[in-house]
Design a protein around this ligand. Sequence first.
Ligand code: V47
Length: 360
Amino acid sequence: MNIIDKLENGVRLGLDDGLELYEMDLFTLGKYANSIRQKYNSNKVYFNINRHINPTNLCADTCKFCAFSAHRKNDNPYTMTHEEIMQIVDNTVKNGTKEIHIVSSHNPFVTWQWYLEIFKMIKTKYPFLHVKAMTAAEIDYLKRKHGLSYEETINLMISYGVDSMPGGGAEIFAENVREKICKGKVSSENWLKIHSLWHQKGRQSNATMLFGHIESKKDRIDHILRLRDLQDESLKRQNGGGFNAFIPLVYQRDNNYLKIDGILGSAEILKTMAISRILLDNIKHIKAYWATSTLNLALVAQEFGADDLDGTIENESIQSSAGAKSKNGQNIKTFIELIQTSGFVPVERDSLYNEIKIYS
Ligand code: V47
């Protein structure tokens, strides 16, 4: 069967098929991705009202792509006090924020309690807030530094109030690339194991992929297929599966140590979104994270398989340190208007994709 016949007949695609999809012209590929997107999510574009907080940037790991961690190129080490974090939360709640997304570096100077008490503090004062926190990379770091097992850490996260896990730390699963861009960080196998353990607790998470650096197209397809396999596993136990959304993150190249030639073009970004939508037949949402793709391209991506933009964010530090124009988040009114003028129906969602408000 050729690739078009497979697409027409909804055949589940493999590694070689994924590579063939990259060879297709953008609009034919987009047509198939969009029809799946329409089937799963109709004409809706999901977003949430959220606040990103990065409590510390001191990091024991040395990922070459990272411009956020304090190092020679970003000589601005900080560790927030819990009071400073609560001040941010107090302020953002007044703006209608419903999700706090917390990602920290791997700070060797604080205890594991310092990490976890942040969540308890937030949930005690604001039980209605959804706390999305602790990447698999942070969980792995707590294991390495403090000897907590993955299972223990996950149980502690639940008892301290973490609701769901963000998708960070996945980067690219291909081990040879990982060795070059983030040697020593959580392995691919352990990233997947940690998410699987989290799913086994009946909890949900997201999954990212960092692309547009030194990885090959084959590495991207391999990454996506490893996620599809894990989602298949979780679907045997969990309605809807453990992964809520897949988030392809476009690599930003300023102020870091990963020098690459060239910059990824828009067509390749859109193709990667479309291919993700086609291959991931078991993950309902594809997020075009506007902070890494720009808001305009993230809106165009909604025609190529994506159905989500992430949220208003309010303050973004990881990608903006590396050159993205995302430091100050998005104004909610503009956000909604742009979704509408792009021909879609904006839907404010909660962190687990329950619909809060449809702007029809
Ligand atoms: O894992 C670091 C990435 C991630 C760069 O789960 C970079 O809803 C681009 O995971 N260029 C952390 N990306 C952020 C993250 C995330 C973001 C939004 C939503 C969700 C979610 C998760 O940021 C890291 C890494 O892959 N990152 N440096 C860079 N130079």
